[in-house]
Design a protein around this ligand. Structure first.
Ligand code: SAM
Length: 424
């Protein structure tokens, strides 16, 4: 599971192949820092350590998702998740027909379950598009979906960019918004600062080049866990300052206390444009986003003074993004108010916002457990359902948001038990 972390944690050591990859990623980070004049924005750092082709966490070879990887997502944990989500898809597809477009399909687990369930419900989409930026995960998903019966696998279409012609149907993204690169900021006595990544020059021996390599081309600290990188602040630029003032004004309007000095949090500037691009790809239907996140006033509450950044390495969660760059996942929670604003700016309707627990219950997860073939299977499903539903597990940290176009006023079934839209 992702999203719950522990600040002081001892991480397992790297395996031999991983140490080599870590060194290559560190070299790329050092070069980028040097190229940017000594300071790399955290957003650019994430772009590099998560997505640089052949190097970044999502682009290179580690297992990532699943028990053998670094974290478990809901579709990896249990088919119950995909079955419930498929019932929501069926309701929309039975009304308007069309396709499904899944962003960031990971190992393909969700696509497989959704297609199988929609077949049982007699509500298959015409096509099931997948846009996955990780070549390594796309290969894994292809292998998995190749095992589906022909009637299902022939509907799968792989995309390298969003469709030029907008689709009718459903756009799905589970735990993708939290994987978008984001900026870090801090509140200081002299104003807002943007937190980026620099070299800890105090730790480097004399004669080190600006990118942190020694004159003989080796690096003094390839073997240290953070490779001599440090978080470093710069005064926030005008755009970031304006955005942070807007958030602070929202909090003040709710009579919430301001941020204390030293407060650190994140801002995902890519979220709005990403939602706008998905809205442009949907001519009619629903965009369903599932992720761990909060309404803005909860996200930026004074008490959350270290923000929501979390790193995941072999099922250990912690909050040091400089450890093992390229080998660990780095995420932040989603500001669902920002998602809703971007959706409505793109003329989508905010049709629902609730906890994952409420959404899965409204889509019949309990019946799936009750219908188990025997007591052994029922016990397994009941245990998986608990992890998906309980507040201390994934039930409440995770939210579901529906943004729709041209679906009429009838509420979607997934939001019939709970409506948290007023929180946004
Ligand atoms: C945390 S994983 C979740 C995978 C899968 N949805 C699941 O629930 O198991 C995030 C996924 O989003 C993909 N991703 C990140 N940014 C993306 C983008 N802009 N478009 C499509 N996929 C993206 C990553 O490659 C990765 O597969």
């Amino acid at each position: 599971m992702r999203g719950v972390g522990n600040a002081t944690i001892i991480l397992p050591p790297l395996e031999p192949g991983q140490a080599q990859q870590a060194a290559a990623v560190l070299r790329a980070v050092r070069a980028a820092i040097a190229e940017q004049g000594g300071w790399l924005s955290f957003e650019d750092y994430l772009r590099l350590v998560l997505y640089a082709p052949g190097l970044g966490y999502y682009s290179a070879g580690s297992a990532k998702l699943g028990r053998a990887g670094d974290f478990i997502t809901a579709p990896e944990l249990s088919e119950l998740f995909g079955r419930a989500l498929a019932r929501q898809c069926a309701e929309v597809l039975q009304q308007i027909g069309g396709d499904i477009l899944e962003l960031g399909a990971g190992s393909g687990a969700l696509a497989a379950t959704v297609l199988q369930t929609l077949q049982q419900l007699g509500a298959l989409p015409d096509r099931y598009f997948i846009l996955e930026v990780s070549a390594q995960l796309a290969a894994r998903a292809r292998a998995r979906l190749a095992r589906l019966p022909a009637e299902l696998r022939e509907r799968v279409r792989w995309l390298s960019a969003l469709p030029q012609t907008p689709i009718t149907g459903i756009c799905l993204a589970n735990e993708v918004a939290d994987a978008l690169p984001f900026r870090l900021f801090a509140v200081r006595a002299d104003g807002f600062a943007e937190r980026g990544v620099a070299l800890d020059t105090s730790a480097l021996p004399d004669g080190t080049w600006p990118d942190g390599t020694l004159p003989d081309g080796t690096s003094p600290d390839d073997t240290s866990p953070d490779g001599g990188l440090v978080l470093a602040d710069r005064p926030a630029d005008a755009g970031l300052t304006q955005e942070l003032r807007r958030i602070a004004t929202d909090l003040a309007a709710r009579e919430m206390p301001g941020w204390p000095l030293g407060y650190q949090s994140e801002l995902c500037g890519l979220l709005g444009p990403w939602i706008a691009s998905l809205a442009a790809a949907l001519s009619r239907g629903a965009l369903l986003l599932i992720d761990y996140g909060l309404a803005r006033h909860e996200y930026y509450a004074r008490e959350r003074s270290r923000g929501t950044l979390r790193c995941h390495f072999r099922h250990r969660a912690h909050d040091d993004p400089l450890r093992y760059p390229g080998l660990q996942d780095i995420t932040a929670w989603v500001d669902f108010t920002r998602v809703a604003e971007a959706g409505t700016d793109a003329q989508l309707q905010l049709a629902g916002y609730c906890t994952q627990a409420a959404f899965l219950l409204a889509n019949g997860i309990e019946a799936d457990v009750a219908d188990a073939a025997d007591t052994v299977q029922r016990a397994r499903l009941a245990s998986e359902a608990r992890q998906l539903l309980l507040p201390g597990e994934m039930g409440e940290h995770f939210k579901v948001m529906a943004l729709t176009r041209g679906l009429g006023e009838a509420p979607l079934r997934g939001f019939s038990l709970q409506d948290l839209r007023r929180m946004l």
